[in-house]
Design a protein around this ligand. Sequence first.
Ligand code: ZN
Length: 291
Amino acid sequence: MDAKTDFTFILYETPEEGIARIVLNRPKTANAQDTQFLYELNAAFDRAAHDEDIRVIILAANGKHFSSGHDLAEKHWHENMYDHDTVGTMCGFTCAGAEAQMSREEEIYLGFSERWRNIPKPTIAAVQGKCIAGGLMLAWPCDLIIASDDASFTDPTVSFGVGGVEYFTHFWEVGARKAKEMLFTSDSLNAEDALRLGMVNQVVPREELQEAAMVMARKIATKSRFALKLTKKAINACQDAQGRELAMDNAFHLHQLAHTHWLKLYDSLLDPSGLPEATQKALGLKVDEAK
Ligand code: ZN
């Protein structure tokens, strides 16, 4: 096995011919995603995408949970953007008003997830434990999802005063009615729900998850790379013909409106009354009940 360790939070492995395995490796924080984490993950996807010997990419995670989402405790997130070479065309990450947050989220949230979704090679997510909010934005862009029987999928952002994560593809993942339920209630979908809804391809026992992803990857790796690329493009175009990109763009801007609303009220991107007390404290937020 070829394991590259030049990332802090991500492992890059090539376990077998034709297969890259990218592993989220920040288990102490349940793979919470800060700016560095996401740039490393993007670089790992780029490495696999650009390597002509790689035909299939697996996205896996170390630890009990796949990902708890964005790291809400990250400090100096505006300035941290300048530690990295941006891959989109956004700028103004330290500008006043709504501009900084919108630029950053277009680059590292919507932008990255969309970028990974369009990698012209099959991608397989292997998801265990909790997959929350920003976690969905890593699993959903993958072409196939294999879940362990203990997996759960949650977008609790309405509880924080925002109407869904930045990569707003809930409608295409679970259908309109279930998308509304998961967002309105902040309830989790368990692995069996996700399988029934067609959001995941397989559910397997926890201890068989990584091997199940490898079995799927091996099967795909024997196929023509060009045919796989064309097939992926054709199916993704079906979603785009339904207006996916435009609908997501609309949702993204509504999401920015919500952030701006809470910034104006509380100097916080999210409604602090919906955040756990520890997170409120870490962010130095004071909840004013009158608002
Ligand atoms: Zn946001």
